[in-house]
Each structure stands twice: as structure tokens, then as C-alpha cells.
Design a protein around this ligand. Sequence first.
Ligand code: SF4
Length: 351
Amino acid sequence: MSGPDSSSPSDVLLEVKDLHVSFTTYGGEVQAVRGVSLTLRRGETLAIVGESGCGKSVTARSLMRLLPPQTSKIRQGSIRFQGRELTGLTEKQMREIRGSAITMIFQDAMTALNPTITIGEQIMEGIIRHQKLSRSEARKQAVEMLELVGISNPESRLKQHLHQFSGGMRQRIMIAIAAVGNPSVLIADEPTTALDVTIQAQILDLFKLLQRKTGVSIIMITHDLGVVANIADRVNVMYAGKVVESGTVDEVFQHPQHPYTKGLLASMPRLDSDRNTPLQSIPGTPPDLFAPPKGCAFAARCPLAMEVCADFQPDTTSLSGGHGVACWLQDARAKQMVPPNANTFIRSAIG
Ligand code: SF4
């Protein structure tokens, strides 16, 4: 569940409501996404952040219907893009949307792109397919795209293959390929995770440049709160297949309300902190999504857990400024419950 949303309907480009996605495995059914709702507005960057396995990438791939059809299933929910419901579209209809209206960038260009074909052919293929241009026109546009993403000598580099580029340059090429159709939405799944800090900053700057030039809306999937702080306008924090906190980056980072968000922030290095102060970590591990807990999924790790938390899932409470939190601590009905059990790590994060 996401928090409240004050955007007008005309601002909203993509709207996901109560999305449930599961996978069939030899061990049973994994409920990877359990009721996610989110809204993406025109021209903004929305970050989805959380630990590995929290469902953020599955959510992103569901939007593009890029999950394996044999083993995955959208069990419930709605995905509306520019008012059009995507969940019922055929694969052929989805192919028209993928690569033009909504495109995706992945962590590793070497597996996402074709290392045996020149980058010129790969960029031109998308231009010819979606814009129906001639080869010479497509080539001209491919050169312009490489220039835009900061590849020098683009004419000659069109003839090269991926292995002839550095990791950062490969990400630039993947961004160029994703941007050729002038998409409305760009979904980036951990696009800077494999890069060193300097190159990471350059790639994030490139996303911002692209957004300024084209107005594209971006969904940034990341486990890195530094990336969120650098690039996003709003953030959805996910835990165990659910959105537990959402709002503007300023609001969520400065006034986190969910104990999990507080724990994540407490584990993040800060420029103004004493270098001798050890970083804190969140004890325990996420729940088994083969058999998700009946109540709050964070209860086993949460030092503020109350009796109600074990038995009932919290609703999302709307705070001011579009800030939403799914936690019983925000719910007036929980006030009569057993007092929280004080604990050092969350207590220090709360301040
Ligand atoms: Fe902790 Fe309860 Fe809030 Fe879950 S609902 S985060 S267990 S206080």
C-alpha cells in the first residue's frame, strides 16, 4: 500500500493499485509482491527502495510484463498507464508499449544487450522499429543519442561492440537505447550498483539531464539510499512485498516514521557523523514469503512491536504532505495496546 496522493488526475502517468505477484517454485508459491500501490507523475523521479528480495524489482518488471509467464502470475491488482489498463493486454500489445512508451534499464548491460551486435545496430533497431525511419535517418539519430549520453566520437563508436566500452560507458549506451523512442516512462533497475562512486554520480547526472531535456518520468529501483537522495523526488520504501512508507524524499528522510525506514537510514553513512561511530544494522532477516506472516511483516525484527502487530496487518495512515506509513504506531486504534518494547537501535534512530 502506498500513502495518500495529492496529485491531480492529469499529473498521473502511471498508477498501480493493490498489485499482487507470485511465483511458482518447486518449494511452493512465493508471494513476492503483496498489495503494492504507487503513482508516478509526469516528469518526476520515483525511487523504490528496500533490501534484496523485498519485491522492488518484481514490481518494476510487472509494469513491463517482463516476468517469466510460466512461473509468475499477477494475481490481483491494476496497472494503468495514461488511463489504459495494462494487465489485460496481449503480449503483442505489450510489445508496442515496451521500448517506446515505457522502457527499462538494467544493472548489467552485458546481459541486457547483445554483445555480438554492434551498438550502432542495437540503437538503430529501436529507432527503425518504433519510428519507422530509414537506415540513414536512424543512423543520424543514433549518433545524436550517443552524443546526448556523453559518448565521444559517436560516428566511429557506432561500429564497436559492448566489450570495447567501460562499465560506465555501457550504462550510457543502455540509456541511449532506452531513450531513442522518447519514452514517457523509464524504469531503471539498480542501474549504478556495479559502478564505482564517481561513475555512479556521472550516470545519475545523465538521468537528470535526460529528464530535463525530454520530460521523461523515471522509476529508480535501488537498495541505495544515497542514490535516492541524489536523484528522486519521491520514494516508496518496500519491505517483504509491501510499501511500508512513502512520500517526498525530504519528508521521508528527515521525518521517517516507519521503524524499518528508521533502521535503513540509521545504517546509512552520513557526511556529518563522527567517523568513529559505528553504523547500525537491522537485526534479523526478512520473513519467508512462502508463508508470509499474518500481521506486520517487520514484527519479528521490530523492537517497537505490539501485540496487535503480530496478528493484524497495519493500514496505511495518511500524514501531512502526501506522507504515508503502514505501521500500527501511527494508528489511533493501537494506542490502547501493549506499550512498545524499547530497544537501542530503533531508539537511537528515532532520536
Ligand atoms: Fe513495528 Fe508494529 Fe509498526 Fe510493524 S506495525 S513496524 S511491528 S510497530
